[in-house]
Design a protein around this ligand. Sequence first.
Ligand SMILES: NC(=O)c1ccc[n+]([C@@H]2O[C@H](COP(=O)([O-])OP(=O)(O)OC[C@H]3O[C@@H](n4cnc5c(N)ncnc54)[C@H](OP(=O)(O)O)[C@@H]3O)[C@@H](O)[C@H]2O)c1
Length: 262
Amino acid sequence: MPQVGLGTWPLADREVEKVVVRAVAAGYRLFDTAHMYANEKGVGHGLRACGLPREELFVTTKLSARSHGYDEALEAYATSARRLDVDYIDLFLIHWPLPWLDRYVDAWRGLVKLFDDGLVRAIGVSNFKPAHLDRVIDETGVVPDVNQIQVSPYTIREVTRAYDADHSIVTQSWSPIGLGGALLSEPAIVAIAARHGKSAAQVVLRWHVELGLGAVPKSVNPERMAANIDIFDFALSDDEIAAISALDRGEAHAEDSDETGN
Ligand SMILES: NC(=O)c1ccc[n+]([C@@H]2O[C@H](COP(=O)([O-])OP(=O)(O)OC[C@H]3O[C@@H](n4cnc5c(N)ncnc54)[C@H](OP(=O)(O)O)[C@@H]3O)[C@@H](O)[C@H]2O)c1
């Protein structure tokens, strides 16, 4: 799986098609969508229009609340594959655990079936905390390949990242640059960026890479999009990584997937 990919929320079908084509030209190979984003058709159009063969591209999508269940997960795959117009999906995720439904383990069994049938290359979850992952693993014996969670220097998610690492689950960060907000003006980050001759966003994305995380930043802007993936020609020192991680505001700053989700 490419370590950096392009997030596609909240782009609509018509816009995302052009954005995907532009991103492929900028070097992106991974595209992150979801049933909930209502843009899988546009992502699929972009993948076909970009000029690269399917096997050089990586598409992630996610099933939503109404697909929590075994049969429902199989149907969700068929719907997403049809919208994307692909004959396999590289990474299929359960978007949120929605513990009040208590059906994510059934949905997970559906994803395992899709993997066993060769329809998806990898399966995973999103917004799962250790307690949710424990249930999935204990009740099915199958460990997710990926857990896509909210991670940025404001929300470093040490507990969930450690759980993922202990179980060889790849952590992939959503909102990795904190939605492009105040994080990018943090003096610690601005100083490190100046030292390396990089932008604040590049330093933050490099921090994800240094921690061994995947990341799916979203940008429609050609310069920012290109810069966000141009982060493999410099390295952060241990002190710089620690200074960025020290911006953590704790779990309370992250979306609580025991309380929210869709
Ligand atoms: N699994 C989940 O539950 C979940 C939840 C949320 C998001 N996601 C995924 O994660 C992706 C990324 O998260 P996100 O979109 O919430 O946040 P993000 O990637 O942290 O930030 C995106 C915002 O930052 C701006 N931006 C991008 N590059 C920048 C740069 N170099 N300098 C300054 N600003 C920059 C973008 O504007 P411009 O486009 O104008 O550059 C956009 O407004 C989503 O698109 C989606 O695919 C998943």
